[in-house]
Design a protein. Sequence first.
Length: 123
Amino acid sequence: MSTVKTAIDKARSEAQALEKKIEANTAKRHAELRVEVENTATDAKRLATSIKTLADGQRADAKQHLRDAAARLEEAATHAKSVAGASEAQLRATNHAMFDRAQLALQNISHAIALTRSATSKN
């Protein structure tokens, strides 16, 4: 069970790092921001895939929170893929939307950790 908790904790750390990366993007210039948004979208997609895999081994309540987290990250990645011809304002809006979805994903992961820890302490 500690391996599962460690994996969920790692996912939460990665989601926190992703959130910080997105937040840092807001201070960058247009060309830099475009590249960073595209790179962050790739990171979000990779993390979503990892969280889906992790969810498979969880109890139903924690599993749903992890699936929700993965869905929010996939939404962020999909939204960011539309930046090819975007204006700076559109890039900033995309970055902001990605940030919001990363925060929601992080909340879902935290709920899954709490449920997992609660179930472990009861056993």
